[in-house]
Ligand binder design. Structure first.
Ligand SMILES: [Fe+2]
Length: 323
């Protein structure tokens, strides 16, 4: 409820403490008396670097497969929350990563939402699919599938084995900006209007590998040998595939963008602000904004880089340094 204080009382305040106590009920704070500054000299490192292992996630998903079905869970997924106090959701400030599994003959209901989403397929056999706006697309290991803002999407598995993947969403950004909308599909499972393998919503693994092999060979740059998936894959998220040559360290750098790396192939180590994180296929590595980092593959490796770069660039806040 709005309160009022007599202007004459305010004008007569005899001390700063008296002024502060008169201002508080008006929901006014004295800028010179703020306990914490509003401006600082460079980005604060609120979120921490972290690595999540696929072998652990896969075992947990297998347990979840026994314990909960897709009738009860809209999605059977494991959220990779950054281990900082007060956070139980975001992987980095603006992005979320989650492992997901769907059992043989299961279907995950169709829905749409304003957050942009994508997935990197880890293990799936022929018969695992996603339906995006009525188009049924295969999900094969190494594929990346997009479900941008307000696109209907659901998943299914007609293969004899479980399908595993990693989801990435910009939900933390949408939570901060607040334009969240979500709608379940009126038919629960969206009907298939078309079956396709080629789509702007699907980046097939075979194409990725071929493109990386013919890309400019610059393995010691900040992002190694890199190709973009899509010309800005989605409004808030850019996607790149990186080919790391065994034994060659990428150039250490830091950026105001948040990056999440997922290992599509190979093994290696990322050094983030001096801390080493070993990884292998299926692992996820969070590199929050303004963290120095470099990678070095033990054997030729391919990483998916998921970044909020488009947001920073659009707002003219993108910076990158190699010092
Ligand atoms: Fe979704």
């Amino acid at each position: 409820m709005t309160k009022t204080v007599s202007p004459s009382n305010l004008a007569r305040a005899g001390s700063l403490d008296e002024l502060y106590s008169l201002l508080r009920p008006l929901s006014v704070g004295a800028g010179w008396n703020k306990p914490t500054p509003s401006l600082w000299d460079e980005p604060r490192k609120t979120f921490v670097p972290f690595r999540w292992r696929y072998d652990e996630a896969k075992a947990a998903l297998d347990a979840a497969g026994r314990l909960i079905n897709t009738e009860l869970a809209e999605r059977r997924n494991l959220i990779l929350f950054n281990p900082v106090p007060g956070n139980d959701y975001a992987t980095t400030r603006t992005l979320l990563a989650a492992y997901q599994m769907i059992l043989p003959q299961e279907k995950a209901r169709s829905h749409r939402h304003t957050p942009n989403a994508l997935r990197l397929i880890l293990d799936a056999e022929e018969g695992a699919y996603t339906i995006v706006n009525g188009v049924k697309l295969p999900m094969r290991p190494g594929d990346v599938l997009l479900t941008p803002n307000w696109h209907w999407h659901g998943h299914g598995n007609e293969s004899p084995v479980p399908a595993y993947w990693i989801d990435f969403l910009d939900t933390p950004l949408i939570h901060a900006l607040e334009p969240m909308f979500f709608e379940p599909h009126p038919q629960v499972y969206e009907p298939v209007a078309e079956v396709a393998t080629e789509s702007t919503m699907r980046f097939a693994w075979t194409d990725t590998v071929a493109r990386l092999e013919s890309a400019p060979q610059t393995p010691d740059t900040p992002y190694a040998i890199q190709i973009a998936l899509g010309d800005r894959a989605m409004a808030t998220i850019s996607l790149y595939m990186l080919l790391l040559k065994a034994g060659i360290e990428t150039m250490p750098h830091r950026t105001t963008a948040n990056n999440i790396y997922a290992v599509a192939r190979g093994t290696g180590i990322s050094v983030i602000d001096g801390e080493s994180f070993a990884w292998s296929r299926g692992d996820v590595i969070a590199v929050p904004a303004w963290r120095h980092h470099s990678h070095c593959a033990g054997e030729n490796a391919i990483l998916l880089r998921v970044s909020d770069e488009p947001v920073l660039r659009k707002l003219e806040l993108f910076r990158q340094r190699t010092d």
